[in-house]
Design a protein around this ligand. Structure first.
Ligand code: GDP
Length: 337
């Protein structure tokens, strides 16, 4: 059984998923260590920072080796990397260095540690639905063909294949194939958070428009803390495997926009939205929808927060942020006059 107090090493611990995972594991009594770059952009609750920081960059093999030796983890959760599909078109080589080469390094270092010290360190890779970019089967399953359409998808596909190779060598190495998952901690570079923050501003009276790219793209959007619970379950599962982590329900970008305006109390959303070609990608995965049956059957995992509720939570959060900003601006104005 893999249920006594454990030590986890999380790369990408300062991001949306890493911060939720650190909080989840610490709450379960785990000892949590995280890899932190010099100037991290921490997305979690600073008051609830529940992990030991280790300075280092995911692309620096010597830093990875040093931290692994110090931490001696039971599980490595590899969540670090460049997460933006849009940005991967701007710098494909950097995307591959962070998302593929560093996974090869981390897998090999973990493998060698296991060989040299007789340990059985587990490895959980945050894989991505983008590996199925041009898949024609909908929903996609663990057996779907790997056929990325973006540099990001290609980088995650290589990492995904490497995990399979180390599993074949006998290592406990699993991939959680994560479909899009959102929360108030999502960076603004993702369409969901871009929409909710902008809709919150519009709802509070800012005379703005929402400029977007492809409104017809369809994504299987889930609630990030649910997906982090799945990562944990993949790590403590009886056997190493690949698992699709998805809700099984997809919505278009325009569905998300409509729902966000509704949650903010605005009906006529079309007049606030326009398409800007700069946000339309050279190629875009069309319908991303995963079949989570295996995760449900093997891991007992199920999403707990539906689409509408997720959008409403993000809108509530962004309304509070925008209200606080507005309040500060009004106070500053008051002082200066
Ligand atoms: P991704 O699925 O990991 O690329 O997550 P994103 O949130 O970045 O994009 C989801 C979908 O929204 C993609 O199909 C994008 O093409 C589409 N989209 C439409 N407009 C925008 C936009 O302004 N920004 C982003 N990031 N995506 C957009």
């Amino acid at each position: 059984m893999f249920d006594s107090v454990r030590t986890a090493f999380i790369t990408g611990v300062t991001g949306q998923d890493g911060s939720y995972l650190a909080e989840l594991l610490a709450g379960l009594g785990w000892e949590v260590h995280g890899l932190v770059r010099n100037k991290p952009d921490y997305h979690g609750d600073p008051a609830a920072k529940t992990f030991t920081e280790h300075q280092g960059d995911i692309t620096d093999p010597s830093a990875l080796q040093r931290v692994l030796r110090v931490v001696q983890p039971d599980i490595v959760f590899n969540l670090a990397g460049s997460t933006s599909v849009a940005k991967s078109w701007e710098d494909p080589a950097a995307t591959i260095s962070t998302n593929s080469t560093s996974v090869a390094t981390l897998l090999e270092l973990t493998w060698r540690m296991n060989q040299e010290s007789g340990t059985n360190i587990r490895f959980v890779q945050a894989s991505s639905a983008e590996i199925f970019g041009s898949a024609t089967d909908v929903p996609q399953s663990e057996q779907s063909r790997i056929c990325p359409v973006s540099p990001y998808g290609a980088s995650k596909a290589l990492a995904h294949n490497l995990v399979n190779i180390y599993r074949t060598r006998g290592m406990f190495a699993s991939s959680a194939i994560l479909y899009n998952h959102e929360s108030p901690r999502r960076p603004m570079s993702f369409v969901t958070r871009k929409i909710t923050s902008q809709v919150a501003r519009i709802a509070l009276g800012h005379p703005e428009t929402l400029q977007l790219g492809n409104l017809d793209a369809t994504r299987d959007w889930g609630w990030a803390p649910d997906f982090v619970d799945a990562l944990y379950r993949v790590g403590v599962a009886a056997a190493a495997e690949d698992f699709i982590i998805a809700t099984g329900i997809s919505h278009s970008v325009s569905d998300f926009v409509r729902c966000a305006f509704e949650a903010a109390g605005i009906d006529e959303w079309e007049r606030y939205v326009c398409v800007d070609p700069q946000f339309v990608r050279p190629a875009d995965a069309s319908e991303m929808r995963g079949n989570p049956a295996k995760a449900r059957d093997v891991l007992g995992w199920e999403p707990t927060v539906g689409f509408k509720e997720m959008v409403a939570r993000m809108i509530q959060h962004d309304l509070l942020i925008e209200e606080a900003r507005l309040g500060t601006a009004l106070n500053l104005d008051g002082k200066s006059t």
